[in-house]
Design a protein around this ligand. Structure first.
Ligand code: ZN
Length: 167
């Protein structure tokens, strides 16, 4: 436990150097998901390798929850700046070409033609895939911050966060 090296543990310094970190405090950081299902899908990740909720305590837990609204503010700021929105487009363009695995490239391509790519999020859902059968693929606890756009015709709620995009 705790010794496994995963994509989050291995890449934090690289992402930091490449200016991919959206938000960072002492114990937690945020990055754009490399397997996005909606534009600007973001992950909030503890810097320490944490696998279980029981390890999420004290300052780390506090900063974890603090990081969520802060990260959402930063996502909204992306949509308030032409340059930052261009960077987001560029992020998905690069990911679609040089993503580390096929799913990342495919999802990035879908983001580039997504009808809400340039629509500013006004709300968000937060969720965790906890356990293999919940779809957890990285054994390092992380929050998914799912930006939501204004649309009165669609169902709301985390259980339906992706439903409108599925056929
Ligand atoms: Zn880890």
């Amino acid at each position: 436990m705790g010794l496994e090296k995963d994509i989050f543990c291995n890449n934090f310094e690289v992402w930091k150097k490449d200016k991919k970190i959206l938000f960072e405090n002492q114990h937690v950081y945020s990055i754009l998901s490399i397997t996005p299902t909606v534009p600007a899908l973001t992950l909030v990740i503890p810097k320490k390798h944490i696998e279980n909720f029981s390890e999420l305590t004290g300052n780390i837990a506090e900063e974890f929850f603090h990081a969520i609204p802060k990260t959402f503010e930063i996502i909204q700021e992306i949509y308030e700046s032409c340059d930052k929105l261009r960077d987001l487009y560029e992020f998905y363009t690069q990911l679609s070409k040089t993503g580390p695995f096929d799913l990342a490239k495919l999802q990035a391509k879908e983001m580039l033609i997504h009808p809400e790519l340039k629509v500013k999020p006004v709300a968000y859902n937060v969720g965790i895939n906890y356990g293999t059968f919940a779809g957890q693929t990285v054994n390092h606890l992380h929050w998914q911050l799912i930006p939501r756009r204004e649309n009165k015709d669609r169902p709301f709620g985390i259980a339906t966060a992706f439903k409108e995009y599925l056929n």
